[in-house]
Design a protein. Structure first.
Ligand code: GDP
Length: 371
């Protein structure tokens, strides 16, 4: 049995964590809210969850996460997307935060969930991971959500710096999910968020379940670590659920295609290592077809670990974990972030010099009111 810690920082991290708790308790959309009072999880791993936030309302919004797992770090009303303030608040509360982590015990693996672009999650996460890596031996992976590109200059520049900070924190790997790429889920913004959060939660739970299952062909935590240590320290996850008539090779292909992935990448060009986990009834799992498809992938990316979990009566579901050698989409995000930084800098300079305001007030220079 694996001991797993999942931490959600800031609003986005909290919400994905809440979705994980809903799914872990067997909940579909109509999951009984009272389920949180029964700590019976659907998964055999021992999973502890923790949510940190400076905004108490974000914590209150969580429905499926126990009260003792929701930790408020007091700072008026959040940190207002300012990462310098966020970092300072973390430092001021570091021992209290680390005590919470410490009290949960020891783990085989930890995940930290955050948006790259907000204030609290994006500034707490690198500092928290650094502390965890200094104090504990277990690997820590970070799931980072990238912003919609039209969300504004502050979010763009936060993303660029926070991803860099997370990479430098000693993290064992970063899994990217991109709101911009997933936004075609549609509906209102809240529905899109919920849909994206559910996608991330389901994939992570599938992964954890697979790492802790009796398999016909085995992938385990060691394989996961090896995959995650490949490439440039960045990864993403694909997923696809077949319906009854779909050949297994198409299901695998779909898990690697744009509709299955959490981040825009051409797997065959950018991936560096992969792990494919196949779950379903034996009768749908043609080993020949699976081998052909996996060989095609390993021909392009190098090494592919594969695992098969037999689940009687279930249509196949495939999870693909891919570390990336390069990430064209991330490079594009950094390009727009650099423009955003220049824009903010020029604006600040103009304001400091008071050019606009001087012009405004200069209009009445030397004048007096006439009555
Ligand atoms: P923080 O609370 O200060 O860490 O800030 P947020 O987590 O709200 O960060 C803002 C970013 O997170 C924006 O890019 C939002 O689009 C994104 N975001 C906020 N809530 C959610 C959510 O529930 N799901 C997803 N996928 N993204 C979110």
């Amino acid at each position: 049995m694996l001991n797993i810690l999942v931490i959600g920082n800031g609003q986005c991290g909290n919400r994905i964590l809440d979705s994980i708790n809903r799914h872990a308790m067997g909940g579909g959309k109509n999951c009984n809210r009272l389920a949180k009072f029964y700590s019976k999880q659907r998964f055999k791993s021992h999973v502890e969850t923790l949510a940190f936030n400076t905004a108490v309302n974000d914590l209150k919004e969580m429905k499926f996460t126990k009260a003792r797992d929701r930790v408020h770090i007091p700072h008026l009303h959040g940190v207002g997307a300012n990462r310098n303030v966020g970092k300072q608040v973390f430092e001021e509360n570091k021992e209290m935060i680390m005590r919470q982590v410490e009290e949960r015990g020891n783990f085989d693996i930890a995940f930290v969930l955050t948006s790259a672009s907000g204030g609290t999650g994006s500034s707490f996460t690198p500092l928290l991971i650094r502390e965890m890596k200094n104090r504990y031996d277990y690997p820590v992976y970070c799931v980072v959500v990238l912003p919609f590109r039209e969300e504004g200059t502050l979010y763009l520049q936060n993303s660029a710096f926070s991803i860099r900070d997370i990479r430098q924190s000693g993290v064992d790997g970063i899994i990217l999910a991109d709101n911009q790429y997933l936004k075609n889920i549609g509906g209102s913004i809240q529905e899109a968020y919920n849909g994206i959060n559910d996608m991330i939660a389901e994939r992570l739970l599938f992964l954890l379940d697979a790492l802790d299952s009796e398999m016909m062909m085995v992938t385990d935590l060691g394989d996961f670590k090896t995959v995650m240590s490949g490439g440039a320290g960045l990864a993403t996850i694909g997923f696809f659920k077949a319906d009854k008539d779909m050949p297994i090779k198409t299901t695998i292909q779909n898990s690697l295609s744009p509709s299955g992935l959490l981040f825009s990448t051409n797997v065959y060009e950018e991936a560096s290592r992969a792990m494919i986990v196949i779950k379903g009834d034996r009768k749908y799992l043609s080993i020949d077809e699976i081998s052909t498809e996996i060989e095609k992938l390993s021909g392009a990316v190098g090494h592919v670990f594969k695992g098969i979990v037999v689940r009687d009566g279930e249509y196949p579901q495939i999870l693909s974990l891919l570390t990336l050698e390069s990430a064209h989409e991330l490079e594009k995000l950094y390009n727009v972030a650099v423009q955003a930084i220049h824009y903010e800098k020029a604006k600040k300079q103009r304001v400091e010099e008071g050019v606009e305001m001087k012009r405004t007030f200069s209009q009445i220079e030397g004048m007096e009111p006439e009555y």
